[in-house]
Design a protein around this ligand. Structure first.
Ligand code: SAM
Length: 225
């Protein structure tokens, strides 16, 4: 889903080397903290047969684990195509290649390019995009039931100028941005979601939101704190 106004050069930062590094780390020690937290929550609930959209999916390791937890079909979108090879290897190893679609592009620019699903997740993605409201609104428009988002806490703003030296040198539009949590939560609220669970970790927040007009009977028993 190519678009004329997307931020450019994400694949200069999220490149083959980064993809190989992420795949090695996942094979060695499994998911990182935030995606792992979501999978643990959903393991306790009922996601059997659900559909998933992972935005900013990287190598798609979170998607693999969500499918092991019961998700039936998934779409992974990322602005960088450099992950596709490593992601395809992981899906083949897990026997899931036929049930996962990968799309390269900017979900915020073209939300309609992907079908609505039950669960939309964005782990460490909002901080990689300049317009948090636009991205959250787009992601929420694809979520029939749950929206899961993790993002850095405010104090990490101090770190942004340092981490943005590298993308500048690489000629990439990518910047690390610590958006105000109010912007993120308000965008989700305006799109019809209410917070079901917030976990404040040392570095990040992990938030599960549920669509207010979700009439699925499983709602009452899924992801309750
Ligand atoms: C820091 S990485 C996180 C990858 C993975 N979610 C994880 O937790 O390991 C952020 C990813 O989000 C992607 N990204 C940022 N904004 C995006 C957008 N609007 N649409 C699709 N992908 C996006 C970037 O290309 C990058 O691969």
């Amino acid at each position: 889903m190519p678009g004329c106004c997307e931020p450019q050069g994400y694949d200069r930062v999220f490149d083959d080397r980064e993809a190989r590094r992420a795949a090695r780390r996942y094979r060695r020690s499994g998911l990182t903290v935030l995606p792992r937290r979501t999978v643990e929550l959903y393991r306790a609930g009922e996601v059997s047969g659900a559909t998933l959209l992972e935005v900013g999916a990287g190598i798609g390791d979170f998607t693999v684990e969500m499918m092991r937890a019961g998700v039936d079909r998934a779409t992974c979108v990322d602005l960088s195509g450099a992950y596709d090879h490593a992601a395809a290897e992981l899906l083949t190893e897990a026997g899931l290649a036929a049930r996962v679609q990968r799309v390269v592009g900017d979900l915020a620019a073209q939300p309609d390019a992907v079908e609505p699903v039950d669960i939309v997740a964005l782990h460490s993605v909002v901080c990689c995009y300049p317009d948090a409201r636009r991205l959250l609104t787009a992601a929420a428009s694809r979520a029939r039931r749950f929206l899961v988002v993790s993002f850095p806490r405010g104090w990490l703003r101090l770190w942004a100028p340092v981490s943005n030296i590298y993308p500048r040198l690489r000629g990439s539009d990518w910047r690390f941005v610590v958006h105000p949590r109010e912007t993120i939560l308000q965008a989700a609220a305006d799109a019809g979601f209410e917070v079901q669970r917030i976990e404040r970790l040392r570095v990040d927040e992990h938030v599960v939101l549920v669509r207010l007009d979700d009439t699925d009977p499983r709602r009452a028993t899924t992801l309750d704190p």
